[in-house]
Design a protein around this ligand. Structure first.
Ligand code: MCN
Ligand code: CUM
Length: 788
């Protein structure tokens, strides 16, 4: 593990300790549940015990009679206000509180507002709901059976089909396959998983009955997007809505969407005239907020007999649960899945994705995923391994032979995406060298001879982050530009206001470093303001690792605007033409006379003073910027995982994990490595432990951390990290996003390693001891269902 000297604060890029940590380590973070507003009430949600049932009646009279209950809201109450359904971010509608039917176990049925949380919970037990249970559709592979119960009769659907989506050229791909010497195919399930942040989701709504202003404190990764959704759904004008995200205890995609509890809290506040707090518990979080993955994939890969990859053909069945999508770029129903040609120079590729409804919780995209790239990378990286195994080729060599070459960038993929930059062979070579790949293979052969199971897994990934260019994506019709505002005070201290929202990524530090790099002031002198729509410019927030690609670019550009304003002021101070000034180490120097110079602090003071400025030049240095990304950024990485498997129990131990990431220029290498450490732990969790499974009636079998297992330090080795740096050519500071890279790239490395150890062609994640043991017997399980 690398250690970082963080003693002195750099004036720009470089490892420095996170400014926010002093506060967090002292327990001075202020999370949603820490906030107590005067007169605040507390809410709880009654949830459906059934996965699919008709609601015959809801009797709230006993709950309303509870002395501490202030209001009971049902689907009927909301229907009267036109709020029983809300739009999802994927062109569907979701029930806020069920009226006609419940469609997944844990669905919201009634909302109780009371004097305290205990009373609210108690009163839930006093509500009588009569259900008429219906057969449930749990297995996505049977969702389109002619006799499958129809889930979305509210949409007058006659089946559970949501969409068909295709990408790539089918005819060209078929042609490539017809000429191929070898084809390998595989069925893979990427099981349903959950972001499971440490802090669950919640909201405090406060409608001021006098001013008509709605203030919402909420756990959101995208405060401005939430404000617009509230405006569109509730019909409250945007300037009368303030969304405030306090400290966020982890998001991982879980806090992108708007959940029914948030809308109910607003209604609760309108009805009672008092602030209403709703915070979910762990089971509610796991059962009813946005899951991820749940992709059933059939993939084929074609190659020549000398190991040149030709093409990939994929069919996907996507289980979206009962309502489609918490967050999905709306022009792309399968998210960014169709970057599944991965990091290889392929002639042709084609995929078709069919989305279906099932009686499971909705969501479907977000969990450190870059919107389905996780699934895409898993698919191609497993197919390459399966092909290598079938043909007796070395999986690392097969990858090296087929990676996109450095001179091919910018590289247009068979699916039409333009990868901006990379040196893939160098990245893979660095990882193989760091791991000592050849030596590991020798060790493995020796161990095999002794009957010991050791496995080596390789993966290479290309991520696509920084949503996004208008031609590709929007959310609710909103383009994905983000704003930045930079104010420089007379003493040279600065305030940066951003639309993105940190949830643990260290934005308070890293964005201050971007300003520091551009202006030559200390990052300690830059305060980063986020998470309050009244205080920050509009933008779509933090997900898809877009903060650095989009808000980071906006920050660099706004700082450059400030710098150019400073140049004019400095030229007046130093009595030379602006073009005679050079910006060197944070000072403007007169060309040829470095003794004549001015620092940013001196210039800031002068800008606010009575200094005579040239005609038409405003004083002050403040500037604003809106950044429209011209393309996504494409970070990449090469991972090598080494595992040992206990032949008796199937228990997997991850012995080593080497990760070489290329995210372009690193603003704060220590923060980047922290992001990668977290993502690698995520990957081990996905590969070995995590899956939300259901029984045939749709009962959720992972509603607590007793059943939904998360990785801890015990399961993780000491990470071995390396890097390559290929700047993004279109990003002002050459940086690419990195927040999801390791989560995307690591699961196939772990799975490839385990299957390499046990000599099995494929078994679905999570590779629990039971699953590994069964795979060794030739009988791996379907891991999404309790009964197979
Ligand atoms: N960074 C850097 N140099 C780069 C790239 C990034 O120094 N070349 C720094 C950034 O300045 C930022 C951090 O690394 O401080 C992550 O940056 P970026 O890749 O832009 O990702 P975002 O800030 O947009 O964060 C979102 C991403 C996503 S989508 C999920 S999901 C996820 C992730 O971040 N959720 C997280 N990492 C997380 N980390 C924590 N602790 N908590 C979460 O909820
Ligand atoms: Cu896809 S999880 Mo992150 O983008 O918030």
């Amino acid at each position: 593990m690398t250690t970082h000297a963080a003693a002195s604060t750099p004036l720009g890029f470089g490892s420095m300790r996170r400014k926010e940590d002093a506060r967090f380590l002292r327990g001075a973070g202020r999370y949603l549940d820490d906030i107590v507003l005067p007169g605040m009430l507390h809410a709880a949600i009654l949830r459906s015990p059934y996965a699919h049932a008709r609601i015959v009646s809801v009797d709230t009279s006993a709950a309303e009679a509870h002395p501490k209950v202030e209001a009971v809201i049902t689907g009927e109450t909301l229907a009267g206000l036109g709020l029983a359904w809300m739009p999802t971010l994927s062109h569907d509608v979701q029930a806020v509180l069920a009226t006609d039917k419940v469609r997944f176990q844990g669905q919201e049925v009634a909302f109780v507002v009371a004097e305290d949380r205990y009373a609210a919970r108690d009163a839930l037990g006093l509500i009588e709901v009569e259900y008429e249970p219906l057969p449930a559709v749990v297995d996505a592979t049977h969702a389109l059976d002619p006799d499958a119960p129809v889930i979305r009769d509210d949409l007058h659907r006659t089946d559970n089909h949501i969409f068909d989506w295709e990408a790539g050229d089918a005819a060209a791909t078929d042609e490539v396959f017809s000429r191929a010497d070898v084809v390998a195919e595989c069925d893979l399930l990427y099981p349903r998983s959950h972001p499971a942040p440490m802090e669950t989701c919640g909201s405090i709504a406060s409608m001021d009955p006098v001013s008509g202003k709605l203030t919402v404190h909420t756990t959101t990764q995208a405060p401005h997007a939430h404000r617009t959704v509230y405006a569109l759904v509730a019909g409250i004008p945007e300037h009368k809505i303030q969304v405030i995200a306090p400290d966020i205890g982890g998001g991982f995609g879980n806090k992108v969407g708007i959940y029914p509890g948030y809308v109910c809290a607003v209604v609760g506040s309108i009805v009672t005239g008092r602030p209403v707090k709703w915070v979910e518990d762990r089971s509610e979080n796991l059962m009813s907020t946005s899951f991820a993955r749940d992709y059933h994939m059939h993939g084929e890969i074609a190659a020549t007999k000398d190991g040149t990859l030709l093409g990939v053909r994929v069919k996907v069945l996507a289980d979206h649960g009962a309502f489609n999508g918490t967050a999905q770029p709306s022009k792309l129903p399968a998210g960014l899945f169709h970057v599944f040609s991965g990091s290889y120079d392929l002639r042709a590729a084609h995929c078709s994705v069919t989305g279906v409804y099932t009686n499971k919780c909705p969501g479907g995209v977000a969990y450190a995923c870059s919107f389905r790239i996780t699934e895409a990378v898993y698919l191609i990286e497993r197919l390459v391994d399966v092909l290598a195994r079938d043909q007796g080729w070395d999986p690392a060599e097969l990858r090296m032979k087929n990676l996109i070459r450095p001179e091919q960038f910018p590289y247009r993929t068979a699916l039409g995406w333009e990868y901006d930059s990379g040196n893939y062979p160098k990245t893979l070579r660095t990882a193989l060298d760091l791991a000592g790949y050849a030596e590991l293979r020798r060790e493995q052969a020796e161990k095999r001879a002794r009957g010991e199971l050791m496995g080596i897994g390789v993966s290479f990934f290309t991520e696509a982050v920084g949503a996004g260019p208008r031609k590709h994506m929007d959310i609710l019709g909103l383009g994905m530009a983000d704003g930045a505002e930079l104010r420089v005070h007379p003493t040279g201290k600065a305030v940066l206001r951003l639309s993105c929202m940190t949830q643990g990524q260290g934005h308070q530090t890293t964005f201050a470093q971007i300003v520091a790099e551009e202006l030559g002031i200390s990052p300690d002198d830059v305060e980063v303001v986020q998470g309050d729509t009244d205080q920050t410019p509009f933008g779509l927030g933090t997900y898809g690792s877009r903060s650095t690609p989009v808000s980071g670019a906006a920050t660099a550009l706004v700082a450059r605007k400030v710098r150019e304003r400073a140049r004019i002021v400095a030229s007046a101070m130093l009595e030379v033409a602006p073009s005679d000034l050079e910006f060197v180490k944070g000072r403007f120097e007169v060309r040829g006379d470095p003794a004549a110079s001015a620092s940013m602090a001196e210039i800031a003071m002068a800008a606010h003073s009575a200094l005579e400025l040239p005609e038409g030049v405003e004083g002050h240095l403040d500037a604003t910027c809106v950044y429209n990304p011209p393309n996504l950024t494409y970070p990449c990485g090469a991972y090598v995982c080494v595992v040992d498997v206990d032949p008796g129990t199937g228990q997997v131990t991850v012995r080593r994990f080497v990760a070489v990431d290329d995210c372009g220029v690193r603003i704060n290498p220590m923060v980047v490595e922290g992001q990668i450490h977290g993502g690698l732990a995520d990957g081990i969790g996905m590969a070995l432990m995590e899956a939300l499974a259901f029984d045939p009636d749709g009962n959720h079998l992972g509603a607590s951390f007793m059943d939904y297992l998360l990785p801890t330090a015990l399961e993780c080795p000491s990470w071995e990290l390396g890097e390559t740096v290929t700047p993004s050519p279109h990003h002002p500071i050459g940086a690419k996003g990195v927040g999801e890279s390791a989560t995307v790239g690591s699961p196939p490395a772990v799975v490839n390693a385990v299957l390499d150890a046990i000599g099995v062609r494929h078994a679905d994640m999570p590779l629990t001891p039971a699953q590994v043991w069964r795979a060794m017997q030739g009988r791996p399980l379907r891991t999404d269902l309790s009964v197979t």
